[in-house]
Design a protein around this ligand. Structure first.
Ligand code: NAD
Ligand code: TDX
Length: 357
């Protein structure tokens, strides 16, 4: 049994689906179901006894203690977070609460649980912290990609809160000897991505004939990785990553945002032609994001060399799969956009907790 936090979100949801497709080891999935948590992503697991879902907050120490005591997981894979940079600019408090306080609460609960384990069970336990390349700050055009020893220079409330959580995890290793590993991954894309993020937003807006908002000059660079490659990397690190280490995960796929938007438009032109002409006509330059990091790029040589992980998808194959997935799943998108997936949560969990959305 493994305990996954945030397993109803984009990457956590893909991870749970992938995990149960490749292993019979059960998952206990702890997720608060904020605006970003969507159990429709996990609908294919209905009735599957290997997946136990528990709605709850990672800041709730009593609940985390209860789950650890009841299910005795051999590992915790910690995805739960507030994840959207623009939201962090307008409301940083929730980012500090979930990303910093929540990680602290999990670490303390895990430490108490792990301390009481014995023998092989104690030796096998690990706490895997899922983090981001944004903690390293912004690169200039000629700078080398981020390695694991790059200084931390977070610039947004989101990246600062993730950096703080990374530091807590590191300290719990050095101070208490907790068996932790941290991974710092580049921008993910793929199925079940909430359409507030660049790639899904461009797909759904284009299909609706709405403007495609590009921040600033569109030349900010992100390094893109297909979400299932990230999930595979986490599985490998969980299996054989060295304790106390950090591993960067990325696919060597740097691209300016405007190029991404053109690629999405070209795929839609091919797969769902619009009588009004190319979707690129909808591109609209808008005001820049405050403190917008110019460039991220991941040097993934450590995980490749030490653990033998390599991405299976190129950007070309991954982005085609992604656009095809959104075209094939209009209901998932419509339910997210209309908010009706929240009603499903209310019907199944007895309340409509939008206070933290
Ligand atoms: P997401 O926003 O799609 O999902 C986050 C999930 O966490 C949601 O299901 C939400 O309900 C849950 N959650 C939020 N607050 C919670 C709380 N207090 N208690 C319990 N559950 C809570 O995020 P994502 O894009 O899937 O990111 C997952 C993790 O991966 C995050 O830690 C993020 O920092 C990291 N990451 C994301 C990317 C990316 O490109 N999306 C890249 C690198 C790292
Ligand atoms: O409408 C938009 N227009 C636009 O130009 C949006 C939503 C974004 N952008 C730009 C901003 C970024 O340069 O596109 C780039 C990608 O933006 P996001 O999708 O918001 O992702 P980013 O800010 O790079 O952060 C993402 O990757 C790292 C995730 O949201 C984080 O959780 C992860 O850690």
């Amino acid at each position: 049994m493994i305990l996954v936090t945030g397993g109803a979100g984009f990457i956590g949801g893909n991870f749970v689906l992938d995990w149960l497709a490749t292993s019979d080891e059960p998952v206990i999935n702890l997720d608060a179901l904020t605006y970003a948590g969507n159990l429709e992503t996990l609908a294919s697991l209905a009735g599957d006894a290997r997946h136990v879902f528990r709605r709850g907050d990672i800041c709730d120490r009593a609940l985390v203690d209860e789950l650890l005591k009841t299910y005795c997981p051999r590992a915790i894979v910690h995805f739960a977070a507030e994840s959207h940079v623009d939201r962090s600019i307008h409301g940083p408090g929730e980012f500090v609460r979930t990303n910093v306080e929540g990680t602290f609460t999990l670490l303390e609960a895990a430490r108490a649980y792990w301390s009481a384990l014995e023998g092989d069970e104690k030796a096998a336990f690990r706490f895997h912290h899922v983090s981001t390349d944004e903690v390293y700050g912004s690169l200039g055009p000629d700078d080398a990609p981020f390695t694991e020893t790059h200084p931390y220079e977070p610039n947004s409330p989101y990246s600062a809160s993730k950096a703080a959580s990374d530091h807590l995890v590191r300290a719990w290793y050095h101070t208490y000897g907790m068996p932790v590993v941290t991974t710092n991954c580049s921008n993910n894309y793929g199925p079940y991505h909430f359409p507030e993020k660049l790639i899904p937003l461009m797909i759904v807006n284009a299909l609706a004939g709405k403007p495609l908002p590009v921040y600033g000059d569109g030349k900010n660079v992100r390094d893109w990785l297909y979400v299932k490659d990230h999930c595979a990397a986490i599985r490998v690190v969980l299996q054989k990553g060295r304790l106390g280490e950090t591993y960067n995960i990325g696919g060597w796929n740097e691209k300016p945002n405007i190029d991404i938007v053109h690629i999405v438009c070209a795929l839609l032109d091919e797969l769902r032609p619009d009588a009004a002409g190319s979707y690129s006509r909808l591109i609209t330059y808008v005001k820049d994001r405050p403190g917008h990091d110019r460039r991220y790029a991941i040097d993934a040589r450590k995980i490749e060399r030490e653990l033998g992980w390599r991405p299976a998808e190129t950007f070309e194959t991954g982005i085609r799969k992604t656009v095809e997935w959104y075209l094939a799943n209009p209901e998932w998108v419509a339910n997210v956009q209309s908010g009706s997936y929240r009603d499903w949560v209310a019907a199944n969990y007895g309340d409509r907790d939008d206070s933290r959305a």
